[in-house]
Design a binder for this molecule. Structure first.
Ligand code: 5GP
Ligand code: MG
Ligand code: MG
Length: 180
């Protein structure tokens, strides 16, 4: 285990397991819909890659980069699009893939934006859900794990761009981000 990690919450096997379950459900729900599966960069990148390989029905993918954190551990409340989609959303069944829902601001903003762009349907699949810290309402349709209010890294999730490559999800030691 990495020395900056306090505790592992979900190891590779647990992540693979829940991803297979989510993929099976999405396969059923989206049969014959050719959904547009949208990865919210960069955090959801690893989850997206594993999830789509568990979805056994035709789909398309696109990628969007948003920022709300600007390197720290607290949300600033502002959502900014860094890289927009390439695909028009009109009449598409959209499935947003996220790493974690925290305040809910990012997904609340994206769902509104995608509806404004006239998507036929917009659903959310998030690997992690942190319900205690919600500020604006978000209803995730597919959730991997409900997590406690701690700062998590690994499997795509970063602190200042580090730890994304850890194969597990763990709690970051607070001394790593607390400055004296
Ligand atoms: P929200 O807009 O829901 O507050 O936050 C969404 C984004 O904040 C997530 O996609 C993720 O990038 C980041 N985030 C929220 N909680 C955590 C966390 O515990 N660890 C990390 N590394 N990022 C988080
Ligand atoms: Mg994210
Ligand atoms: Mg981040």
């Amino acid at each position: 285990m990495h020395q900056d990690i306090e505790r592992i919450l979900y190891d590779q096997a647990a992540i693979a397991d829940v991803t297979a379950q989510l993929g099976a459900q999405i396969t059923k729900d989206y049969a014959d819909k050719n959904p547009l599966v949208i990865c919210v960069l960069k955090g959801a990148m690893l989850f997206m890659a594993d999830l789509v390989r568990q979805i056994d029905t035709p789909l398309e993918m696109d990628f969007l980069d948003v920022s709300s954190y600007q390197g720290g551990t607290q949300s600033t409340g502002e959502v900014k699009i860094i890289k927009d989609l390439d695909t028009p959303l009109q009449d598409r069944d959209v499935l947003i893939v996220e790493d974690i829902v925290d305040t809910g601001r990012t997904l609340n903003y994206l769902v509104d934006l995608f509806k404004y762009r006239q998507a036929k349907s917009v659903k959310i699949c998030t690997l992690l859900n942190k319900p205690e810290t919600r500020v604006v309402p978000v209803d995730a349709d597919y959730v991997g794990f409900k997590v406690p209010n701690a700062f998590l890294v690994g499997y795509g999730l970063d602190y200042a761009e580090h730890y994304r490559n850890l194969p597990y999800i763990g709690i970051l030691k607070s001394e790593v981000y607390q400055t004296k």
